[in-house]
Design a protein around this ligand. Structure first.
Ligand code: HEC
Length: 120
């Protein structure tokens, strides 16, 4: 009999624990495009002056991405950053290693930069 009660309580405990874990996920926030940009270390080569992001490599200052929106659309950017598309016959030197969702967030963010710059 005791064994049955013990099993029952263990069962209830496991259910509560699972609920707790599910709840913990509600607080999780998907990183913003800007965070993904920094975390993916894009800023080791690129600055984004319009967002006050400085490049770690100063000599590469030609690679500022502030006006990226006017030239390329988000789908193209996603392909370029996963090396399935080229610009001027050249592939991007690094492959984006995050998830598809992160890539989408990143390219969507890149697309908004120029808008901000234009109208502030
Ligand atoms: C190792 C250095 C390096 C890193 C890291 C890097 N890039 Fe680049 N990126 C380049 C170079 C070099 C080019 C080609 C620049 C050119 O031709 O003007 C380029 C080009 C680009 C372009 C096209 C620019 C244009 O105007 O044609 C975009 C957009 C871009 N990178 C985004 C990113 C993103 C987003 C990341 C992070 C996931 C990243 N890059 C990480 C070096 C880098």
């Amino acid at each position: 009999m005791n064994k049955i009660i013990f099993t029952y309580f263990m069962f209830v405990f496991v259910i509560i624990a699972l609920y707790g874990m599910a709840y913990a996920h509600v607080g999780y926030q998907f990183p913003s495009g800007e965070n993904i940009f920094i975390e993916s270390k894009c800023n080791s080569c690129h600055s984004v002056e319009a967002e006050n992001i400085e490049a770690k490599i100063k000599k590469n200052s030609t690679n500022d991405l502030s006006d990226i929106d006017s030239k390329l659309d988000a789908d193209f950017l996603a392909k370029y950053l996963t090396k399935t598309e080229k610009i001027n016959d050249k592939m991007h030197p690094v492959v984006f290693k995050g998830s598809k969702e992160e890539l989408k967030e990143l390219t969507t963010w890149l697309k908004t930069i120029n808008n901000k710059k234009c109208c502030n």
